[in-house]
Structures are given as structure tokens and as C-alpha cells.
Write a protein that binds this ligand. Structure first.
Ligand SMILES: [Zn+2]
Length: 605
């Protein structure tokens, strides 16, 4: 396991599972004892994700058909192993992990993660103190002041300065930190020229990069004054930092993002800092990469709409198309806003104020309309159909790649009107080329088909054994009456769950359904979460229990009789008279049984 049972219990107790899930599923709404919302693991418009806080279980009845406990949720959401997810939750609950001597690969990785994050956190504190107190940091303080960055903003983003001499590397080495760990954390590098180890970011203004939960995972560094080298550099990828998985400003702006349901995507660190300071706290930026699918999914956890606020130069425009393409594939609605007068967003908000910027955001245009506006002047030279089509090819590829069918239809119509083409012909042209967008692997049709599986949402036909578990899962007080069912099970996984719960009940513990999910493992866990979360209501639980028990007993009796019949037949072969009498006896039994009306079982198959 990696940590003591006690620590695990303390983490679970300190955690509010509802909060953890709601963080990732903004659409989560209460519906009876369950909560439901749009699944964070696949795209959908009809909620098929269910969560029951008091059981600590979730299940997606849609395309995923998966479920589990809260740890399984965090593992799937963040792509972490079990010990890594534990570490993540420990951080969120402020509980210190006591790693035991377990030495499997996953535990080793989690322990290393722990050490690296501790080191990165320490570095963040060191950079911050250096910015405040070091004489050498005057140039950094001056730069921030010139940019109008206020002290409370510096604090909010934990901005810092990496000293040139006696930097974090020296300090950590003196303290006995291994150079290997510093290299691995991306805080040191070996100079090609001198062969000596050096601070990666020395002499730079430091922007700590935080994950969605506020933990510092890496740094961005900006050059000061006329220093040589690239204007911005980021930490290299490390075991705790993968490029393209984080958004700058997301942690600081998460409340604003969720409240507005909108994200403002800008290009740089300073834009995020400047916009937040002006009150536009929903601004985020990708970190030195093109906008990735992972960043898009991260944003979608908080907002359904994105306004792109990129520099109006051609590079900025190209970046905005690529970003729009990624976001639209995740069903985030995209609009484009442009800052006038060749200013970048930070400069603009400084000069004109927040209200002026909000106006630009409000006036943001639908991405395809924006594109058509840009395209229109260059189309006037083409009187022929093919010329116009060729010119609009990139736009058509873009529209063709959007999975949302309604949006695609609408855009084809608009594009056809603006390009003076027949909409049907335009659509044919788009599909003739088979252009569903570049690099598209999954077809939108399959997603829709999976989403449209209404049968999966309806409670499945359940056997008497499953129904018994459902009643007991919802009404543990009925256990004393159910204990006798132990010998009646045919389905081994049902029996395993039954026994697991029964042992908890007998030990005087509260029966915790989630624990049985963990016992079943990855193959059968989702079967149980579906069983427990499909929300079957029992008008009279006692009656439902009796019905299930009767069904179980009857099935067990039938199985035993079948076995006996087989044995008797084998015996009969040794004496023909015995066989005759046995057959006669069987016929009479059946005739008698057919004449007696029987109460039908619940969902017997
Ligand atoms: Zn799902």
C-alpha cells in the first residue's frame, strides 16, 4: 500500500468526496440520494455520471461503463497510480504521508514524487524571499513595478527571483540534498561549457507553475532587462511536471472560471498576471506549448466556453486557430476577441482598464465568423468556384473536424452564404475529401453512438442475487435477516461481496460498500458500482429482501434437485425397475408442481 492503514483512514476522513468530484464535474447536481452530472471522462451532453457521497462511489452509465471509489476517481482523472493518487489527496488534506517499507515500483515513484515536490515547494519559497529581500533582485522588483504589478498580485502568484550567486542549488547542496534529485527536479543543469552544475533559472523573474490544486510543480523564468537568452524559459519536464498538462492561472482563477463558466485564453504569463490583477480572474495561458488536448480537458472541468485573446499578429492568429480546433473537439464553445492598437492584453488592460477589456470579451465573435471576416477580402479576387474553395480549404477542414453536429451544420450554412456557395455542395466537398480535420482518429459518429446508448442508462435486469446485494447495500439494518443466504449463491462475485459486507457487519463495523469495490478489483469493480448506483428504490425494503431471499433459496433448491436427479439416473442404470419407478416419481412431482400456483420470482432468468 505504501502508507499505513491509519494514514489512509485519516486521509479518507479529512476528504470531502463530494468536493473532490464536484471540482471535476461542474455540472454535478443532486437527484435523490445520488448526484449526477456530465461524465468527466468522456464527452456527453446527457448526464450519465452518478455519484453517491455517503457510499463514496461513482459510476458512469454512459460510454465509460466504469466506476469505483474516490481514489479510483482521482487516479483516472489525473492519470496517477494508486500511491501517487494517495500522495495527491494527502497534499490536499494537509496530511503528511508516512511511507512504509513497501518497495514496489509504484511506491518508489510516489516517494520520489513526494521528495521532488517538497524540493520544488522549497525552491518556490526561496525565490519568493529572494525577490523580497535581496539587493540583487532590485532589477526584478523594478520590472514588476514598471509593469504595474502590485505587491498583493506578486503574493497571489507567488512570484519570485532566482539569484545569480548563492542560489537555490548552493543552498540545497549545503543542506545535503543529492545533486541527482536537484537535476531530476529540473532545478539544476550541467553546463556544457564548464561542465559544472548551475541553477537553471538564475537571474530570472520566477513564475511558479501550479497544478489545479495549488501545488507548485515547475517554474517559468523571464529574463530581466537586456540579458541574453530567450525571453522566457520553463522548467524541463520532470516526474512531477509534464508539459501541456497545466494551465497558468487556472488554480488562482478556478472560482472565477466556474462562476462565469468561461475561460479567457491568453498567450503569456504576464497577460494572466495583468488580467487577474485587473479583475479578469478567469484568464489562463498554456505554458510555452501549443494548446493541448489535456489542457482543453482541464479547462472544460471549469468552463464550457473559452474566449481567445491572442495577439493580432499572424503568429497569434495561427495559435488561435489551433487552440480553437483543440477546444472544439472537447465541446468547449470558442469565441475570438482581438485587442486593438497592436497592444497585448496586459498592456491594454493597464492602459484602458478592466471595463474596456470586458467589453472586448463581450463582443468576442464566433470563431468561424471571425475567420470568414479575415478570409473575405482575399476571396474577392476569385470569381470561380474552385478558386474560392481552394482559398477556403483550411476553414472547411476546420469546420469538418468539429464533432458537434449542430455547430457544424450551422457553420457550413454561414460559410456557404459568405463564400457565395451552395451549402449542400459545400458539405459534399468537405466530405468528398474525407476531411474530418487533421489527425482525427476517432470518428464523431462512434462517440455519438456510445452516448446514445439509452439501454445502458436504464437499470439492467438483475438476478435475485444482485437484487439481494442492492437491498443490503441500501439498507444494512436488514443484515440479521439476510445472513442465512450464504449457502445459496451461484454467482461467485456476488458471494464475495456478500461475505465481505457480512464480515464488516459481524465485526460491528459500519458496512462500507466501497471497500468491496476495491476487493473485487478492476475487472469486476465497475459491475458493483453500477449495481449500487443505478438508484433502484425499494418501496418496502423488507419485502424486497424477502423476495430476493426466496428467489435465491428456490434457485439453490433447483440446483440441488438437478444434481440429485443426475445422481439418481446414474444409480438407475444398474437396476431397470428402479429407473421406471424413478421416472414415474419425477412425472408425478412435476404434475403436482404445475398444479400449485407459485409466486413469481423478482427478476429470475
Ligand atoms: Zn463516462
Amino acid at each position: 500500500m505504501g502508507v499505513s492503514r491509519d494514514t489512509l483512514e485519516r486521509i479518507k476522513a479529512a476528504l470531502d468526496p463530494l468536493e473532490v468530484v464536484r471540482e471535476a464535474v461542474p455540472s454535478l447536481k443532486q437527484s435523490g440520494v445520488r448526484w449526477k452530472g456530465n461524465c468527466p471522462f468522456h464527452n456527453e451532453r446527457t448526464p450519465s455520471f452518478y455519484f453517491q457521497p455517503e457510499k463514496g462511489l461513482w459510476h458512469c452509465f454512459g460510454a465509460c461503463q466504469e466506476g469505483g471509489d474516490i481514489l479510483a476517481f482521482v487516479m483516472k482523472l489525473e492519470g496517477l497510480s494508486f500511491p501517487e493518487a494517495l500522495r495527491e489527496l494527502a497534499h490536499r488534506t494537509g496530511i503528511v504521508l508516512d511511507w512504509d517499507k513497501t518497495d514496489d515500483a509504484a511506491s518508489r515513484r510516489a516517494k520520489e514524487r513526494d521528495a521532488l515536490l517538497g524540493l520544488v515547494e522549497e525552491a518556490a519559497g526561496f525565490y519568493r524571499d529572494s525577490l523580497r529581500g535581496l539587493a540583487e533582485a532590485e532589477v526584478a522588483r523594478r520590472t514588476l513595478a514598471q509593469r504595474g504589478v502590485r505587491p498583493e498580485t506578486v503574493e497571489r502568484f507567488r512570484l519570485g527571483y532566482a539569484p545569480r550567486r548563492e542560489g537555490f542549488l548552493d543552498r540545497a547542496l549545503k543542506r545535503g540534498v543529492a545533486i541527482e534529485l536537484l537535476l531530476k527536479a529540473g532545478l539544476a543543469a550541467r553546463s556544457d561549457r564548464t561542465g559544472r552544475y548551475q541553477d537553471t533559472l538564475s537571474g530570472r523573474l520566477i513564475f511558479p507553475i501550479r497544478d489545479a490544486y495549488g501545488q507548485v510543480v515547475a517554474f517559468g523564468g523571464r529574463v530581466l532587462e537586456e540579458d541574453a537568452g530567450p525571453k522566457y524559459i520553463n522548467s524541463p519536464e520532470t516526474p512531477v511536471y509534464t508539459k501541456g498538462r497545466h494551465l497558468y492561472g487556472l488554480y488562482e482563477g478556478r472560482t472565477a472560471l466556474r462562476d462565469r463558466g468561461q475561460g479567457v485564453v491568453v498567450e503569456g504569463y504576464m497577460d494572466v498576471v495583468g488580467l487577474h490583477q485587473a479583475g479578469v480572474e478567469r484568464a489562463v495561458a498554456p505554458l510555452g506549448t501549443g494548446f493541448t488536448a489535456e489542457q482543453s480537458k482541464l479547462l472544460r472541468r471549469y468552463a464550457q466556453e473559452a474566449v481567445m485573446l491572442f495577439d493580432p499578429d499572424p503568429a497569434g492568429q495561427r495559435a488561435s486557430w489551433r487552440t480553437a480546433d483543440v477546444l472544439l473537439k472537447d465541446d468547449v464553445f470558442v469565441r475570438v476577441a482581438q485587442v486593438p492598437d497592436g497592444l497585448d492584453p496586459d498592456e491594454y488592460v493597464q492602459a484602458k482598464g478592466a471595463a474596456a477589456l470586458e467589453k472586448i470579451l463581450t463582443d468576442a465573435r464566433d470563431v468561424v465568423d471571425f475567420w470568414l471576416d479575415l478570409l473575405a477580402p482575399s476571396l474577392s479576387g476569385f470569381s470561380d468556384l474552385h478558386g474560392r474553395l481552394r482559398k477556403a480549404e483550411e476553414l472547411l477542414r476546420f469546420i469538418g473536424g468539429v464533432p458537434n453536429e449542430v455547430l457544424r451544420e450551422e457553420w457550413v450554412k454561414r460559410a456557404a452564404a459568405r463564400l457565395d456557395l451552395d451549402a449542400a455542395a459545400l458539405k459534399r466537398e468537405m466530405f468528398r475529401k474525407g476531411e474530418r480535420g487533421p489527425g482525427r482518429t476517432e470518428t464523431p459518429a462512434s462517440t455519438t453512438a456510445a452516448e446514445r446508448r439509452p439501454a445502458a442508462l436504464a437499470p439492467a435486469m438483475r438476478t435475485a442475487e444482485e437484487e439481494l446485494l442492492q437491498v443490503l447495500g441500501a439498507h444494512p439494518a436488514l443484515w440479521p435477516r439476510a445472513e442465512k443466504a450464504d449457502g445459496w449463491f451461484a454467482d461467485t462475485r456476488c458471494l464475495a461481496v456478500f461475505r465481505h459486507w457480512r464480515d464488516q457487519w459481524k465485526a460491528g463495523d459500519a458496512v462500507e460498500p466501497a471497500a468491496a469495490v476495491a476487493v473485487l478489483g478492476a475487472a469486476d469493480g465497475p459491475w458493483l458500482t453500477a449495481l449500487l448506483l443505478e438508484g433502484k428504490q425499494f418501496e418496502d425494503p423488507g419485502v424486497a429482501l424477502d423476495r430476493a431471499l426466496a428467489g435465491l433459496e428456490r434457485q439453490a433448491t433447483q440446483r440441488e434437485m438437478k444434481g440429485l436427479e443426475g445422481e439418481l439416473r446414474a444409480l438407475a442404470r444398474s437396476d431397470p425397475r428402479f429407473g421406471e419407478k424413478f421416472d414415474r416419481h419425477l412425472t408425478l412431482t412435476r404434475r403436482l408442481k404445475a398444479a400449485t400456483p407459485e409466486t413469481p420470482g423478482p427478476t429470475e432468468r
